[in-house]
Design a protein around this ligand. Sequence first.
Ligand code: NAD
Ligand code: DAU
Length: 353
Amino acid sequence: MTKRVLITGGAGFIGSNFVHHWCKNHEGRAVVLDILGYAGNKENLAGLEGQDRFRLVKGDICDSQLVAALLAEEEIDTVIHFAAESHVDRSILGPAAFVQTNVVGTFTLLEAFRDRWQTQGKPADYRFLHVSTDEVYGSLEADGPAFTETTPYAPNSPYSASKAGSDHLARAYFHTYGMPTLITNCSNNYGPYQFPEKLIPLMCLNILLGKPLPVYGDGQNVRDWLHVSDHCAAIDGVLHQANPGDVYNIGGNNQVKNIDIVHQLCDLMGELAGDLPQPPRELITFVTDRPGHDRRYAMDIAKIQRELGWSPAYDFATGLRQTVEWYLNHRDWWQPLLSDEYKGYYDRLYGDR
Ligand code: NAD
Ligand code: DAU
């Protein structure tokens, strides 16, 4: 049956990639609810506005009246919940917004969806897919095994603690009310439309602007990188194939040290960007570490590979090159994002380091 989907946070990085993926691969109504805050950008959805099946609503997931009205008016049967405060460094500077959006916002959505699902007679095909992160599992030792779906939660930042709280709520709604929730926990994404506060776009833009490349601590922290289009395909698979209450880890089988990524970006930019203000590697600056900085993340993706037949399709060298090319070819996308808000945040974060 054709679904009528509410995609929260659909104007952000992963959400907008997912909306494009959805509209390309599925029929039915796609409604985006996004507060269009600093990371939410209408431009990410260019080409979709004007299509009958698509609607962008500017609003807050914490607004229970708005959410309930939208679910009813649009006859939503499926929520794919991306909306969140997503940046760890911002959560250290100001955790309150993270508790509000990630915990209270998720609770508000779950409650509104529960009400709709119950008043509609608990239809078996309704779904609430909660998009979460590997960071809820804490930090791995250098050689320890990767996180599985049964690794105990041990969040270390206000961001990951707020995501852990929202995961627990989604889980509880399945166990308590039988509401058909699904949870996905994914590793670090990269690709087009990522806001320039995150490692990969930040390094690309700083190289273009001749600014220092701030590497936290010793640069040996490891992340498991996945192309955003692979993440979108995995979410699609979970939505269509998983059983209510299921949890799936998603990752790239691609553990890379931060300093190695920065070196690769320096070399790619040197090759692709034309004239640069300074040789990129000369800009690398080791700065004071992020407080509570998790040493290593890695996802064991055996369950989703075995049960749903999903695997990452991108290899990292190709994906990183395409991403660098995308940022070089889309200056008109990122230049307006270097706003006063971003500069204020940037100076606050990196000024002391
Ligand atoms: P993002 O910051 O780029 O986008 C978040 C979006 O949510 C923005 O469009 C923002 O405007 C919107 N939003 C924020 N608060 C809102 C509110 N109160 N009401 C409505 N909309 C609101 O983040 P992202 O990187 O695209 O992450 C999307 C989701 O995926 C998040 O839940 C994040 O925890 C999760 N995730 C991200 C990654 C990653 O590597 N980026 C990895 C795993 C999981
Ligand atoms: O693991 C999934 C998570 O990945 C998501 O849940 C988060 O929403 C997403 O922001 C991301 O979190 P990270 O903290 O891993 O991503 P970030 O790009 O901020 O940093 C990646 C690594 O690079 C991390 O070890 C910190 C380091 N870093 C980051 C920045 C911005 C630097 O060394 N210098 C920097 O300037």
